[in-house]
Each structure stands twice: as structure tokens, then as C-alpha cells.
Design a protein around this ligand. Structure first.
Ligand code: ASP
Ligand code: MG
Length: 410
């Protein structure tokens, strides 16, 4: 007997019919004698619909009230899933995040989980219940409803698996695993049988929307055994996320090409080349809760330099505003320019640690297609470039081919 947490995404619970499929799968696992906790997202499209409603009331919805509204999506699905299970003759009980007592900080719309009271869940499991928990939400210490950021149900699933010391956390989604890249862009993309946790972190953070990045971080921190599977297929092992490179079955140098369409690039030109400037530029940005991704500063010439970074496209206007109105004159910068039609492409693989020439191969491949590289950043296991968004698909395709990702590794 194992304790399994299964998380189902929005498309997997997108209609009563699909919820019945979930119910059948849960019943199958239950019949094998396992204990089951099921974490669900809102029905597909529902969170967007709720955000749309909120925006009709306020162009920039009040964050506390927005969480109040969007958290309802998951409340609906937990009830429906429980009903389906009861209808199948199983014992089932649904919980909102607040009812479980998933305690988070108070950063509305992007809250972090601080603790989970797993006592009720344990008691229910011991009494034979399937416990169905609303993903994406929690409650802060003052009792306010909070949400964990888009895609946050993954994090709920992993966090509950960690709190319960579950044997496995299965993430059911509309794809049957983690691919070398998005198959909609490259039809030859292959499913990976395994991927290391570090690679997954890079793939997730770089925009392969399979798993929310926080969920991967959580899994890494608490050593949760994580598996990504399709909720539409009966069989299939999905992709297992491993902790050791040695557990990796496929020893390819590069595991995948990740990309992100929603990048925006900002450059502060002619900033004084002296201590404290980076902080004065990025301090106000981070105070406004804008996440900064790539950061590049030039070598100074004549006591001045250029400072560039990227943000999510949705936060471009906000960041430009802050820089133009609060920062530029304050630090004596020449001007602030930006481009929100950029995209980021990255090659990811732990094999980079032991192989040279990956970067030059990447740059040559892009050069041969006449794609201009606007920014470059690297880490131990990835190389990322920012390019014009109109070349994104082409770049991903040629890189996938150049690194032989369409071929089974030998
Ligand atoms: N329903 C939320 C969203 O659409 C959370 C999730 O699906 O994971 O972002
Ligand atoms: Mg999701």
C-alpha cells in the first residue's frame, strides 16, 4: 500500500465527462489498496474567466479581492470530483486550502506556502476516504484567502505530498510527460523518460509550461518523487524527475530546448559606472514585485555603462514606468529604452558540465539562420539567448535539430 498524491490540471477536469475519467482512475488506484489524495485545478479556462470578470470591475483588481474571486474555481472542482467519487461508491471528502489549513504568506496572487496542517487529511485517509484538495490556494495568518500564482495547483500537490511524506506525487496533465521541447513547435520532439530535477527546474523556469517552477523547487527541497503523466491515457510511465544524474536513463548532453515568448527587454542607457547603481535600478523594480530574469551590465566606458534586464511582458509597462519616473533622473541615466517583442530560447542539459562547445554550436546554428542574438546568459547547465520574437519558432526548430534531440539517445 502506498500513499499517492495525484494532481489533475484544468484540462483533466475540464468537463463533467473528464471529471468522470479522473474518478475512474482514482477508483482504480484505490482498488489496488492505495491511499489517495487528489489535488485539482479549476476547470480549464475558468481562472481566466474569473480574472476577466475581476478586470471588468477594476482594471487593476485589488489583489486580496482578486484572490477571493479566483480561488472559487478550484472550490467548484473539488466538490464535483468528490461527488463523482461518492457516486462510484467511494468515501470522499473535499477541502478548500483554508479548510486544510494551507498557511501561506500574505503576498496575494503569488503567495508562498508556509505550512500545511496535515492532521485532518491523515485522519480521513486512515478512515478510508479519498481526500480531495483545492489546488492553487491557501489562507494567510490573518485568515485571508490567498492564491499561489498561475499554475499553482502543482505546488499544492507537491507541498501536500511533502507534508504527508507521500510515496509519489503524480502530476496528471494534458501531455504524457516532459518533452525535449514543445511538440506544437517541433513535431519531432520526444518524451523524456527521465529528467534531472535541476534540468526540470531550468525547463520549467524557462517556460516549458509543464510544471509550475515553484512546484519543482518544492519537490527538490523535500525530495518528493515526482512524475508527470497524461490524464488521457490509461497506460504510460510519463516522465520521472530524478534527483541524481546517475539515475538518468538517457545520457544526452542536452536534454531540451526551452523557450519563453513573453519576455520584455529593458535597457537603462548611460548609467554612471559606480557602486550602488545596479541596486538603485533593480531595488524599486523588486519592491514593486516585478520579477527580473536575465540581467546584463556592460563593461564601463568613460565612467558610464548600459544596464539591461528582462521582465515578463505583462510587467513591462510597470517596470518602464518605475524606471522613467523614479530611477532615471535620480541616478543620472541618459535614457531608458525597451522592447516587449522579444523571446528567450535556451538549451538545457546537465551534460554541459562535462562537454565543451555547446555555446558555440548554439550560436553558429542561430547565425546560419540569420537570427540576431540580443542578450546571452549562461549557467552551469543552460545557455539562454534573447531574440526577436518573430524568430522564436525557427530558432527552437533549428536548435532541436542541431543537438540531435529528435533522435533516441544511444
Ligand atoms: N487554476 C489556476 C490557474 O489556472 C491554478 C492551476 O491551474 O494550477 O493558474
Ligand atoms: Mg497547470
Amino acid at each position: 500500500m502506498a500513499l499517492i498524491v495525484q494532481k489533475y490540471g484544468g484540462t483533466s477536469v475540464g468537463s463533467p465527462e473528464r471529471i468522470k475519467n479522473v474518478v475512474r482512475r482514482v477508483a482504480k488506484y484505490k482498488a489496488l489498496g492505495h491511499q489517495l489524495v487528489v489535488v485539482v485545478s479549476a476547470m480549464s479556462g475558468e481562472t481566466n474567466r474569473l480574472i476577466g470578470l475581476a478586470k471588468e470591475m477594476q482594471a487593476q483588481p485589488d489583489p486580496r479581492e482578486l484572490d477571493m474571486v479566483v480561488s472559487t474555481g478550484e472550490q467548484v472542482t473539488v466538490g464535483l470530483v468528490s461527488m463523482g467519487l461518492i457516486q462510484e461508491g467511494l468515501k470522499a471528502k473535499s477541502y478548500t486550502g483554508a479548510q486544510v489549513k494551507i498557511i501561506t504568506d500574505s503576498a496575494f496572487t503569488k503567495a508562498r506556502i508556509l505550512s500545511i496542517d496535515e492532521q485532518n487529511i491523515r485522519t480521513d485517509l486512515a478512515n478510508g476516504y479519498v481526500v480531495v484538495v483545492a489546488g492553487f490556494q491557501g489562507i494567510d495568518k490573518e485568515g485571508n484567502i490567498t492564491t499561489l500564482g498561475r499554475g499553482g495547483s502543482d505546488t499544492t500537490g507537491v507541498a501536500i505530498a511533502a507534508a504527508l511524506h507521500a510515496d509519489e506525487c503524480q502530476i496528471y496533465t494534458d501531455v504524457d510527460g516532459v518533452y525535449t521541447t514543445d511538440p506544437r513547435v517541433v513535431p519531432e520532439a520526444r518524451r523524456l523518460k527521465t529528467i534531472t530535477f535541476e534540468e526540470m527546474l531550468e525547463m520549467a523556469s524557462l517556460g516549458s509550461k509543464v510544471l509550475q517552477i515553484r512546484a519543482v523547487e518544492f519537490a527538490g527541497k523535500y525530495k518528493v518523487k515526482l512524475r508527470v503523466l497524461s490524464s488521457f491515457e490509461e497506460e504510460g510511465d510519463g516522465t520521472l524527475i530524478t534527483f541524481e544524474e546517475d539515475d538518468k536513463m538517457e545520457q544526452a548532453i542536452i536534454s531540451g530546448i526551452a523557450f519563453n515568448r513573453d519576455e520584455a527587454k529593458i535597457t537603462v542607457r548611460g548609467v554612471p559606472d559606480k557602486p550602488g547603481i545596479a541596486y538603485q535600478i533593480l531595488g524599486p523594480i523588486s519592491e514593486a514585485n516585478v520579477d527580473v530574469d536575465m540581467i546584463i551590465q556592460n563593461v564601463g566606458v568613460d565612467d558610464s555603462t548600459d544596464f539591461s534586464f528582462t521582465v515578463h511582458r505583462n510587467e513591462f509597462d510597470k517596470a518602464m514606468d518605475i524606471l522613467k519616473n523614479q530611477v532615471q533622473h535620480h541616478i543620472g541615466a541618459r535614457n531608458v529604452v525597451g522592447d516587449n517583442k522579444t523571446a528567450k530560447v535556451s538549451v538545457v542539459g546537465v551534460g554541459m558540465r562535462s562537454h565543451v562547445g555547446i555555446a558555440s554550436k548554439m550560436f553558429r546554428t542561430l547565425a546560419e539562420e540569420g537570427i540576431n542574438i540580443q542578450m546571452i546568459s549562461t549557467s552551469e547547465i543552460k545557455i539562454s539567448v534573447v531574440i526577436d520574437e518573430k524568430y522564436l519558432e525557427l530558432a527552437v526548430r533549428v536548435l532541436h535539430k542541431a543537438f540531435d534531440l529528435d533522435l533516441e539517445p544511444v
